[in-house]
Write a protein that binds this ligand. Structure first.
Ligand code: FAD
Ligand code: FO1
Length: 476
């Protein structure tokens, strides 16, 4: 066996503070990065073009970073189950390293790859890089079982000692000429353009791809915005959240690096109020971990409702209402503004994700899985664990202990978009209307003439009653 190690990237598109890569570099300096553009993933019908754009941009930067270190990232448009064992044989590698993921698809894929490599006598080493605490590390003290309630998870999770960032490899060794030629013969390719994969997305990404931009964004957020996070994070018109979700999804930044920044900010802060902002942000990072642990231990979450009685909920699933929701044409300004933000930018503010999810499930009485999928088709930060968790939370079908949560769009807008600033940004056709009309959604039909904006497609009060009746019926 040679001393070459293949490092297989998936959701960890960075060189710095990469646990698996760091461990590989302790064994050998001859590390070649690998990414498989996986047809099984890319052909799914829930892949947002904006997300693939972020992925490809990040791969380009990762390739540059490998080259700067002296090695390379090789890219195949091929199933990892097929190509990795071929590559391992061709290069006579000692080991294949990767960082683990919680998704059921990842579990099955990785098992297949691992088995094939083991048959060839190639060592496989895997690490939990994308979480501060791997699943199994944070179990309930009373039952030694995974948590199903976030607040208890958080209390235990935050107390546990966390790993510091790990250094990037200093210098890497490249493949020799023969090996390079052999790899080429297997079908290695340059990082493709988005259109070459059959996607198109012309708008700017909220956060540019790659680890450099993610690191800069983290620093900007920590220095400029974190002190206001607690007060400002719920107002969608205010730029007050980190915008690091896609970076965390694709691992262009490490969670250890982020956590270290929060600790530094806590050490530097001089009031309880300031401290609270940082802790609130840490709690959001813990939600991400909570949902990943949940998906790992309860993979059936990916298939549908967690609560038994929700599995047979009589959703009405009206296609026309669904279409209106997708296009931001429900006649509820806060809902429509949010959906337009999603469609145009590939991102939506968290407060609005909750509002539109509640509206889809409780007002339109449409299966939350339709909304979950539409989000995945549009979100550039779309991630199974967080998206599924957010949708099940909003639909009241998940682990959350609060049984029924119904948002009133008007009260939400009155509270969180008081001046209708967000609504006006995303609904230019009605921006001239009074603020009160915009936030309450009570717009006299006469004023909408010639506006190309619909009247409300349902009546919130009536639908709320209807939903509650259905809920009572299924719950028994
Ligand atoms: P910040 O407020 O700066 O939070 C920092 C980080 O913490 C985020 O980047 C994210 O990684 C994590 N985080 C924050 N809130 C949550 C949360 N409620 N659940 C899990 N992680 C959280 N987040 C995704 O990353 N991908 C999704 O596909 C996704 N779908 C969602 C669907 C619904 C219905 C809901 C209600 C929420 C969803 N979220 C999802 C969570 C949240 O809306 C986004 O993480 C957040 O808006 C991203 O913006 P930010 O990076 O500025 O967040
Ligand atoms: N991972 C890959 O290994 N190859 C891909 O082609 C790929 C595409 C992709 C597109 C959208 C997206 O949200 C994620 C994508 N990922 C891809 C990452 C994927 O989430 C992980 O591979 C998971 O481990 C799959 O369960």
């Amino acid at each position: 066996m040679g001393n070459t190690i293949i490092f297989w990237h998936r959701k960890d598109l960075r060189i710095s503070d990469n646990l698996g890569l760091h461990n590989a570099s302790q064994k050998s300096s001859k590390i070649i990065g690998l990414f498989c553009l996986d047809p099984a993933i890319l052909k799914r019908d829930d892949i947002a073009p904006a997300r693939v754009k972020y992925l490809l941009g990040s791969l380009k930067e990762l390739k540059d970073n490998y080259q700067q270190k002296g090695s390379d990232l090789i890219v195949f448009h091929e199933s990892p189950q097929k190509i990795i064992s071929q590559l391992a044989q061709t290069l006579n590698v000692e080991a294949v390293y990767w960082n683990r993921d919680v998704e059921p698809f990842a579990h099955d894929r990785d098992k297949e790859v691992e088995e094939k490599l083991q048959q060839l006598g190639v060592t496989v080493e895997t690490f939990w890089d994308q979480l501060l605490h791997p699943p199994g590390d944070v179990l309930s003290k009373s039952k030694n079982a995974p948590y199903t309630v976030y607040s208890s998870f958080w209390r235990n999770w935050v107390e546990k000692p966390k790993l510091d960032p790990v250094p990037a490899p200093i210098a890497l060794e490249a493949l020799n000429e023969q090996e390079t030629a052999d790899v080429k013969a297997l079908g290695v390719m340059p990082v493709p353009e988005l259109e070459e994969l059959g996607f198109s997305w012309d708008n700017e990404l909220l956060l540019p791809a790659g680890e450099k931009a993610a690191q800069e964004q983290l620093e900007y957020f920590c220095y400029e915005q974190l002190v206001y996070y607690n007060d400002q994070r719920n107002f969608p018109a205010v730029d007050a959240t980190s915008k690091l979700s896609a970076a965390l999804k694709f691992g262009t930044i490490a969670i250890r690096t982020i956590w270290q920044n929060t600790i530094r900010e806590l050490e530097n802060c001089n009031s309880e109020e300031a401290e609270q902002n940082i802790i609130t942000w840490q709690k959001e990072l813990a939600w991400r971990e909570f949902y990943q642990h949940c998906l790992y231990f309860f993979p059936e979450l990916a298939d549908g409702s967690y609560r038994e009685y929700f599995k047979h909920f009589p959703w009405q699933n009206d296609e026309k209402l669904f279409q209106a929701w997708c296009e931001g044409k429900t006649g509820y300004p806060i809902v429509d503004a949010a959906m337009r933000q999603l469609n145009e930018t590939g991102w939506m503010h968290n407060r609005c994700r909750m509002i539109v999810a509640s509206f889809l499930t409780k007002d339109l009485i449409i299966d939350w899985r339709w909304g979950e999928k539409y989000f995945m088709q549009k979100l550039y930060d779309g991630d199974l664990a967080s998206n599924n968790g957010g949708w099940q939370w909003s639909a009241s079908s998940g682990m959350d202990t609060q049984p029924l949560r119904i948002f009133n769009p008007a009260s939400q807008a009155q509270k969180f978009d008081e001046e209708a600033e967000y609504i006006r940004t995303w609904l230019p056709e009605i921006r001239h209307l009074d603020t009160q009309e915009l936030v309450t959604g009570k717009i006299p039909p006469l004023l909408l003439e010639g506006c190309d904006y619909p009247l409300p497609i349902v009546d919130h009060k009536q639908r709320q009653r209807e939903f509650k009746q259905l809920y009572k019926m299924v719950k028994g």
